[in-house]
Every structure is written in C-alpha cells, then in structure tokens.
Design a protein. Structure first.
Length: 413
C-alpha cells in the first residue's frame, strides 16, 4: 500500500511540473500579439499620413477642364451684295488679284512647210495725261524703240491717273505689223503713233512685259493639225492648273477667294510658235487669272447682320464659307482689271458659329464654387452648353489661377 502511495506522489509531482511549464507559453503569445498590434498601428498611421499629404497636394495642384459647345445656326443664303475696291472702312470691300503666266510644249515636226508668222508680245500702256480714261481701238499702231511698228490685238481702255498722280495702266497684247524675225526683240518702249503732234504723245507710253517673240518667215517644221490641236488642249489644262496653284499660294491669311470669283483669260487661238533647229516646234500659251479677294471677317459679319435676327455684333465665323456659290451679277458692265465696284450674289447653306470670349469666361470662373458654374454659364448666350470637370474629383471649387483652367471649345470642322 505504501508502494502505491509513493507512485501516486511521484505522478502528482510530475503533473504539477507539467502545469507550471505551460504558463510561460501563454505569456509569449500575448507578447507577440502586442508587438503585431503595434506594428499594424504604425502602418495605419503611416497610411493616413500619406493619404493626408496626397489630399493636401491634390488641392495645391487642382485643375479644371471645361468643354464648351458654342452656339450655332444654319442659314440658307441667297443674298445680293456689293463691294468697293480696297476700302479702308468697315464697309464690304474687295482686293483684285491679277496673275499671269505661260506654259510651253515641244512637238516633233514631220517635214517642212513655208511659214509666215508675226511676232507677238505683251506691253503695259500708261496714261500720265489726265484722270480720264482713254479708249484705244483694236489695231492701234505703236512705234517701238527699235523703229518697228506694232499693233494692239484688242480694243483697250487705259485708266486715268490716280488721285496721287500715279499713271493709270493696262496690259495689252501686241503683234508685229509685218511677219519676220526682225520684229522679235528684247523688251522695248512704245509711243502711240496716233497721238503724234498732240500733247498726249508724250504722256501716253508703253513698255514691254518680257521679250517679243514668234516672228518668222521661211521654211519651218510642219506639225499635223490634229497633233497641234491636242498639244494646245494639254497646254490650256496645264496653264489653268498652274495659274490656280499660283493664286492659291498667294492668298494672304484672313482672306477668301471663292472658286467662282476666279476668271481665266486664256486665248488658245493666240499661241506663239518657235521653230527649233532639231526639227521641233515649241508652242507657248499665255494666260491671265483675275480674282476677287474678300476679307473673311468683314464678309462673315455682313452675312450675320443680314441673316441673324437680333444679331448683336458678336464674333462669329463660318467654317464652310468657301462652299458658297459666288456669282458676279454685273460682269458684262465692268472691266475685271479695272473694276472699282462690283455686285455679286452668294448662295448656299452656311453654318454660323459664335466664338465665346474664352479669356473673360475663364476670368469669371476663377475661385468660384462648383455650384455656381451653371449660373455663370447662363451669362454667356453664345455658349450652347458646357461641362465642367474638376481634379481631384472631390474638389468643390474651381482653381483661382487661370493657368489651371483649360477651356476647350468644340468648333465644327
């Protein structure tokens, strides 16, 4: 019995030792939990601090973007207008553009033929006599400084002197009174024979624009008529394209040249021919392009005044104004090269677009509450609608610096 008692005492002792061993383990778990909790708190504080900094910086670098849809109106136009040349007023005016050029083409000949050709050229005749214009009939005789007689190819009106004393002038084509190479010449000066013995003789004078060429008598290369006709057609097409490109390249910014306000004077019946030593023929075709240039802003304002009810003079533009059809209504009564006033019609459908004052709109928005945006927008009748986007998205006020506001106007193309 004592033996059993001793065993029970030993077991109890071992049990007591086991219990006392478990206590430190409980304390260790609690310590680790506290350490992890402290670490989580540090991360949470760091996250909140970063978020706060980002929040503060977002206010510092806040931005606004406003997309504007301008007021627009479609107008069906069929309007008769008038304009004066080079007017320095708010009235509608035009500038006359005149461009000349020539095109050449070589044709290989087939045999020879007897040829008798008169030299041709272009001169400028000046009127330094009076402010009255002077009519010159076709075949008016001109004496060249080389002693040869030339004649005008068409009836011509020489304008009178300008108010500042500048002589009036006009271009006219001439030809040699007789056929032959001796009428070919470098640029010459001219007098009008019919004015000899008259005070006008010294006050009307002419000067060549380039050389006088094409005079010939003798054997020359022969070119079949069909081939020459085809070459002339090619020359005319090429010269038209050349003149149109030349004038379009010279249109100043802010001006418009309607397609139908261009007039080409290409006389394919008056072609100079030069016979070459290689048994070929060089055809030369000259042409003149005249066109009416309009100040686009003045023309747009005039159309708006005549077609928009209660138009208040606001800044407008027409993106498709070049598509309007231009018709010169008094073409038969004017000389294109000397036109002072013209009457014309513009027809077609045009879109009139208002231009909002972006700088004023931006200034009115500076520092305003997001809730005030629509009230400010209502003060701009030239704006159809607009949307405001703020960054950051939680921002409730518009930046107080213009550089942080971007206004995008969606103008039609």
């Amino acid at each position: 019995m004592s033996k059993h008692l001793l065993e029970d005492m030993v077991k109890a002792k071992h049990a007591s030792k086991g219990k006392s061993a478990e206590v430190p383990k409980i304390k260790e778990i609690g310590t680790n939990y506290a350490k992890n909790g402290s670490r989580y708190m540090l991360w949470l504080v760091a996250f909140i601090s970063v978020a706060f900094c980002l929040f503060a910086l977002s206010f510092l670098f806040s931005k606004a973007e406003i997309r504007v849809e301008p007021k627009m109106e479609d107008v069906v136009l069929n309007e008769n207008l008038s304009a004066g040349k080079d007017l320095n007023t708010d009235n509608l005016s035009f500038n006359l553009v005149v461009i000349s050029d020539e095109e050449n083409k070589n044709i290989q000949a087939n045999g020879e033929k007897d040829v008798s050709e008169k030299a041709t050229g272009t001169i400028v005749i000046y009127n330094a006599f009076s402010s009255s214009s002077q009519l010159l009939s076709v075949d008016t005789r001109l004496e060249g400084s080389n002693g040869k007689i030339y004649k005008t190819q068409a009836k011509t009106v020489v304008p009178g002197m300008n108010k500042d004393g500048t002589p009036g002038s006009v271009e006219v084509k001439i030809y040699g009174a007789e056929a032959g190479q001796e009428y070919n010449s470098v640029p010459l000066d001219f007098k009008i024979l019919g004015f000899k013995g008259n005070p006008k003789y010294s006050k009307f004078y002419g000067r060549s624009k380039g050389a006088i060429t094409g005079g010939f008598v003798g054997k020359a290369p022969a070119v079949p008529d069909a081939e020459k006709t085809a070459a002339v057609t090619d020359l005319k097409t090429a010269l038209q394209a050349k003149l149109l490109k030349k004038v379009n390249d010279q249109i100043p910014s802010g001006f418009i040249l309607f397609k139908n306000a261009i007039f080409l004077n290409i006389d394919d019946s008056n072609i100079s021919s030069t016979y070459n030593k290689d048994n070929s023929l060089t055809l030369t075709l000259s042409g003149i392009l005249s066109g009416f240039l309009f100040n686009e802003q003045k023309l747009t304002k005039k159309i708006a005044e005549d077609n928009i009810e209660k138009y208040d003079g606001s800044d407008v533009y027409m993106p498709n104004i070049k598509d309007l059809t231009f018709t010169l209504t008094n073409k038969d009564n004017i000389s294109l090269g000397n036109a002072k006033n013209i009457n014309f019609n513009l027809s077609g459908t045009v879109k009139i677009v208002w231009k909002p004052d972006v700088n004023k709109f931006t200034a009115d928005l500076l520092g305003k509450s997001k809730n005030d945006f629509n009230q400010i927008l209502s003060q701009y009748p030239n704006i159809n609608s607009a949307t405001l986007s703020l960054f950051p998205i939680w921002k409730m006020s518009i930046p107080d610096k213009a550089k942080n506001i971007k206004v995008i106007v969606n103008y039609p193309k």
